[in-house]
Design a protein around this ligand. Sequence first.
Ligand code: ADP
Ligand code: MG
Length: 271
Amino acid sequence: MSQALVHAVQVRKSYGSTEVLKGINLDVNAGEVVCLLGPSGSGKTTFLRCINQLEEIQAGRIFVDGDLMGYKDKGAKGGRLQRLKDKEIAAQRREIGMVFQRFNLFPHMTAVDNVMEAPVKVKGQRRSAVRAEALELLEKVGLGDKASAYPGQLSGGQQQRVAIARALAMQPKLMLFDEPTSALDPELVGEVLEVMRDLAKQGMTMLVVTHEMAFARDVADRVVLMDAGVVVEEGAPSQVINHPKHQRTKDFLGRLRSEHERVAEAAAELI
Ligand code: ADP
Ligand code: MG
């Protein structure tokens, strides 16, 4: 099939009577990095959560690698859908790695145990086999020497890198990132973006919500701008970021720039 790895069609999601996603169409091709931009409250997190089935959608379809997420299609075109069983949904979710703004590591477990947890518990793999892979993943995110450290002994940037290694341990087809550097001190942002950059180079399919414009410009194959539950504009990063067509994109980028400038000025005053 020539279908994209992520193929979202007319996705609608409401909380109560408030519609948050108003018919999102979005594709991510295999091996592609797509950055999802947009103002706070535009529905970016909700959309990622829908892909990963942490939320049920009210209309539309989401396919990941050809699988209809969350539902069984009961035949007839556009026909009725039947919700999959929890176990089947869990199996679909296992194929998708997700990294959140907050790292959510298990505080009572070492870095390597955090990375091993899902393959051991969910896939029932042998600890000895998984351990070697987990150590390799920690090496890959630059934390080969921190395997025995507890999250409380690691910086935010290091914890987020463990969280990325933990997601990779399940050998996902797709990685979803939700503002993975937003909760970090500025000096720790770079090390996390560097790991994500490497992952992109190795061909991982990634959908990344971020406000890091330099990352979007350098790493993304495509950027998508969302606002108020719709996709406003999408295209090559150089085009959307440097030559936005839509007023809402211009407004968003303008606000982001003045915010950056304010932060830079405040930092300069401190020095
Ligand atoms: P973004 O990630 O782009 O900032 P979100 O997806 O978090 O946006 O939120 C989109 C809208 O949905 C916001 O108006 C938010 O208040 C609302 N929302 C998000 N989660 C919930 C929820 N669990 N219940 C009700 N409203 C929600
Ligand atoms: Mg969000």
